[in-house]
Ligand binder design. Structure first.
Ligand code: MG
Length: 462
């Protein structure tokens, strides 16, 4: 297991990511921004591009590099300031923008930052669009205006209020208010702290905010995994709260602590959302990625709807949701995609959905949790040479003859007893991710041990 240190800039179809000062510099940020602007200018000579950032101390430097690139390329920039990624995404179609850039490294620690690029619909760039931006970045032949063709910069402070109003219009506010929930929110000193406390107040909750300062100095690793949320669990216990929520640094994700402070795991935010929407709001197909708990499928079966799986990534899941008119979807990383709100992970809207679930059912969080299907999921990373991953996949496939095979994103093997394993290569680092799930934790640990040993022995075998 490792968290491999990396000095390389990570380039993907949704943007670039790197450690500030080594991989990610104002220079390569500016180039990538100009590549995106050049791409947008193929259809519109003066595109309007929204800009937002999370709270990281490097955000303002990245903002200036981004603004320089967009102005040089003749874009009209509308800066929303420090807001969550879903707040930015919701603003894109509302303000009729041609695209948007979010400066956030999401769940990554403070030394990282990133640029994420969006479509006019508010969705992330898809594979073809992002591929075109990468091609333009590599070509370095950017649209660059003369003195007479400079872009412009303005600010807009309406985005948080607009996002809140939309969420409030979708849920049963009176029912939620009537419960007067005691809620603890861990804002992780990130962008979610700009909006989620306001939402909870408007929903009539008695709110305790921890890590609500917008410093970007994260008090714990911002990925909302159980191991990072001890502070939330303790605060829920100490305040006797009904429920606790934690965001990552840009609040597209949310994780739940039940009354009593039990952390239910980031996969179960989606499980809650699926259970509530299918039971109480709208029956329709469900979409999730190949790495997410099969509790989602169990619920889809229970309510007689189809469940589709896609490769990992918001753009893959939301793209499929759009195609089939899904009722609900998302990823097992705390990312709930609720299409009535928007086709992107929205950790803030997800909070309203969870509270509505409690209110409609008239139950406590631990009662709800106890009634939902639960399996034991384990996620680890293992060092593995990138060029040998295809051999690893072939080997695992040939060995596990009884499994159903899915090779759309690495290798996913599922077995008749419900156990499944998913082996994925990191796009950028010499590691493979092993995600697996079984009926019981004991069994999951046994399966994990077998596969981890095989991966590790193969890592050194060639
Ligand atoms: Mg995030």
């Amino acid at each position: 297991m490792s968290s491999h240190p990396t000095s390389a800039l990570m380039i993907s179809v949704s943007g670039i990511r790197g450690v500030i000062g080594s991989a990610l510099t104002p220079g390569n940020a500016l180039d990538f921004v100009q590549a995106y602007a050049t791409y947008l200018k193929q259809n519109n000579l003066k595109p309007t591009i929204l800009l937002a950032r999370d709270t990281r101390p490097s955000g303002d430097m990245m903002r200036h590099a981004t603004i320089a690139g967009l102005m040089a390329s003749g874009c009209k920039i509308v800066d929303l300031g420090i807001v969550s990624t879903p707040t930015l995404q919701f603003a894109i179609p509302r303000l009729g923008a041609d695209g948007a850039i979010c400066i956030t490294a999401s769940h990554n620690p403070v030394e990282w930052n990133a640029l994420k690029f969006f479509q006019p619909s508010g969705m992330y760039l898809d594979r073809a669009q992002g591929g075109e931006v990468i091609r333009l970045y590599n070509e370095k032949n950017f649209a660059c205006g003369s003195w007479a063709d400079m872009g412009s910069l303005e600010t807009d402070e309406s985005s948080i209020e607009a996002h809140l109003e939309k969420i409030m219009s979708l849920v049963d506010v009176e029912k939620i208010r009537a419960r007067r929930f005691q809620v603890v929110l861990d804002g992780c000193c990130g962008a979610g702290a700009t909006i989620s406390p306001l939402l909870l107040e408007r929903l009539g909750c008695d709110v305790t905010v921890i890590n609500g300062e917008l410093t970007g100095i994260f008090p714990h690793n911002p990925e909302p995994l159980n191991e990072n949320l001890g502070q939330l669990a303790n605060a829920v216990k100490m305040h006797g709260a009904d429920i606790g929520f934690a965001h990552d640094a840009d609040a597209d994700r949310v994780a739940i602590a039940t009354d009593g402070g039990e952390l239910i795991g980031e996969d179960y935010s989606l499980v809650w959302a699926v259970a509530h929407v299918l039971k109480n709001r709208r029956k329709g197909p469900v979409v999730t990625n190949l790495s997410t708990t099969r509790a989602v499928e169990t619920l889809a079966e229970k309510y007689g709807v189809e469940c589709f799986r896609t490769p990992v990534g918001d753009a893959n899941v939301s793209g499929k949701m759009l195609d089939i008119g899904a009722a609900i979807g998302g990823e097992g990383n705390g990312g709930v995609i609720w299409p009535e709100m928007q086709l992107g992970r929205d950790g803030i809207a997800a909070i309203a959905l969870m509270l509505e679930f409690l209110a409609v059912e008239g139950k406590t969080a631990s009662q709800i949790d106890g009634e939902l299907p639960r399996y034991a999921i384990l996620k680890t990373t293992h060092e593995f040479p990138k060029e040998r991953v295809p051999q690893l996949i072939q080997w695992l496939k040939s060995k596990e003859k009884n499994a159903t095979v899915d090779e759309r994103d690495g290798l996913r093997l599922s077995f008749s007893d419900g156990t499944w394993i998913h082996v994925r290569s990191s796009g950028t680092e010499p590691i493979v991710r092993l995600i697996l799930e079984a009926e019981t934790r004991e069994k999951a640990l046994r399966v994990q041990k077998t596969f981890a040993e095989e991966i590790e022995s193969l890592a050194g075998a060639w």
